[in-house]
Design a protein around this ligand. Structure first.
Ligand SMILES: Cc1cc2nc3c(=O)[nH]c(=O)nc-3n(C[C@H](O)[C@H](O)[C@H](O)COP(=O)(O)OP(=O)(O)OC[C@H]3O[C@@H](n4cnc5c(N)ncnc54)[C@H](O)[C@@H]3O)c2cc1C
Length: 484
């Protein structure tokens, strides 16, 4: 079918392009020969199948038909552009977040599909359901950016509660993710980021508050956001920074106590250097022993992503700590592009989406090689089927990735790319779903991002809709006509 052949062709193009992956020629030939009849692709590596999407009965085994119908209905609705326009306008309206009826409507629709509940306990129940189905969960407590110290303290308490909930779940089933913008006031993160960029431009400059860590910027990092020398931090700001550091250490310690991985999200350029600075300080504190605790995030859509990744790997090697990273493409494309264009400078994002894909796949191959050597732990966070295929094939080639191998996991957001998650799980990989939870009014910006990501007939959900339709038709025929 059309989608199958498109997917398969793109997989093959990626295979050809990703020299880093060095897949056997036979694999490419085998995958190319018999692509088109299947609804979706499978890739052959050394005679074995890596990800199999054609057999939807096996793919969705254990998933209830009602849940498949609901998922298809939501994804189908989100593919209708005008409907998404109306829905996102409604979600943006204060009248919706502010009224009980508006919140109830959001809860019954997009929220139910993309979120795990209002409380950590509801999210824990979702982890248990996933775990019974052979996957894990990443608890994502949905909160707003913090403006001041008291908000940061409240957020830190929420993260600690999430860790306690995760600790009571089956071992290995749950991780927790946090946002540094919830633990340190935004204005301070912006100022610290400015100073880190200025230090990169003027290496002789000394920042009195700066603790030892990995390099956060490199020679190819764009520094245009800091055109002139920023003012030094005041004594009060240094104290606030110290308090934010203390919050992160308290969270890291609680995770270390229970052996719960802590994933730190990457955000946007104005604050990212300070986010990385905090994250690396956490990595140095908690990743020196057996299993790493603090995982940073690399955004492959940034043009300096590969150079920074290599600099981090060298630093981690020098410090004898495990390089623990989540690899994503990046979610702030519009914001970064808008900011760069308002300043009249080139965007920090790769010029073409293909460059982003190549960067993602190249960084994944680089990290998998280090996972094999026991020097890294990686979460490949993506809904992109080609990237999943490539990484799965490479991992098997390297002999890593079996369920018990905790150096590699794949991750997708709840309600997104379920076909890919199930395909990876069926191939024996560890897979987790990101589970945002919290009061509806706090999650609305997240719901708007998901709605926009899924809009359009050719959005990333089209592959999933295709798989769901095939499986529902198969089940309907099996039930009504008694045939497969
Ligand atoms: C588990 C998980 C955790 C995540 N954590 C983070 C996080 O911490 N920080 C963060 O920023 N994001 C995070 N994301 C979101 C992620 O960055 C992506 O926005 C999202 O997953 C889509 O990318 P994809 O890899 O799934 O690929 P695809 O489904 O192929 O999506 C590709 C997307 O890349 C974008 N894009 C990138 N570069 C270009 C370019 N040069 N030109 C045009 N379009 C481009 C497009 O918008 C396109 O929609 C996370 C995602 C997951 C699944």
């Amino acid at each position: 079918m059309a989608i199958a052949s498109r997917v398969q062709k793109r997989v093959l193009a990626s295979f050809a392009a990703a020299a880093a992956a060095k897949l056997p020629e036979a694999a490419v030939a085998a995958a190319g020969a018999e692509a088109v009849e299947e609804v979706a692709s499978s890739v052959q590596v050394q005679g074995g199948q890596v990800l199999e999407f054609g057999d939807t009965e096996r793919l969705f085994a254990g998933e209830r038909s009602t849940s498949l119908v609901r998922t298809l209905a939501v994804l189908q609705a989100l593919s209708v552009g005008p409907l998404v326009d109306v829905a996102t306008a409604a979600l943006r309206s204060p009248a919706v977040a502010g009224s009980a009826v508006g919140r109830a409507a959001a809860r019954a629709t997009a929220y139910q599909h993309f979120c795990a509940g209002e409380t950590a306990e509801e999210a824990a129940a979702a982890v248990r359901r996933l775990w019974r189905g052979g996957m894990g969960g990443i608890l994502d407590y949905g909160i707003e950016d913090a403006e001041d110290g008291p908000a940061c303290d409240r957020n830190a308490a929420g993260f600690l509660a999430a860790i306690d909930v995760a600790a009571a779940l089956p071992p290995g089933s749950a991780s927790v993710c946090i946002k540094i913008t919830a633990l340190c006031p935004i204005a301070l993160l912006e100022k610290a980021s400015d100073l880190l960029r200025w230090e990169q431009k003027h290496p002789s400059m000394k920042l009195p508050w700066k603790a030892h860590g990995f390099p956060v910027l490199c020679d190819s990092s764009p520094l245009y956001l800091t055109a002139k020398e920023p003012a030094a931090l005041t004594a009060e700001e240094e104290r606030e920074l110290e308090m934010a550091h203390g919050r992160l250490l308290a969270i890291g310690e609680r995770c270390a106590e229970y052996d719960i991985p802590l994933l730190v999200d990457a955000e946007y350029a104005t604050v990212q250097p300070a986010i990385d600075y905090f994250t690396f300080a956490g990595a140095l504190a908690f990743n020196g022993g057996g299993r790493p605790i603090v995982h940073g995030t690399i955004q492959a859509y940034l043009r300096d992503a590969r150079d920074r990744l290599e600099a981090m790997a060298r630093a981690a090697h020098g410090e004898r700590v495990c390089l623990a990273l989540k690899l994503v493409r990046g979610a702030y494309l519009a914001r970064e592009t808008r900011l760069a264009s308002s300043l009249g400078v080139p965007s920090p994002i790769h010029r073409s989406i293909q460059d982003t894909h190549d960067c993602y796949n190249g960084c994944a191959a680089f990290l998998l090689d280090r996972v094999r050597r026991g020097a890294a732990a990686v979460t490949l966070a993506t809904h992109n089927v080609e990237s999943g295929q490539l990484a799965a094939a490479r991992a098997l080639e390297l002999g890593i990735g079996g369920g018990a191998d905790r150096g590699l996991q794949f991750a997708q957001l709840m309600g997104m790319a379920d076909g890919l998650s199930l395909g990876l799980r069926n191939a024996g990989f560890q897979v987790s779903k990101y589970l945002p939870y919290g009061p509806v009014e706090h999650i609305i910006p997240y719901l708007i991002r998901r709605a926009e990501e899924n809009r359009g007939l050719l959005s990333s959900s089209s592959f999933d809709r295709q798989l769901l339709r095939k499986e529902l038709v198969r089940r309907f025929k099996a039930a009504m006509l008694g045939r497969e």
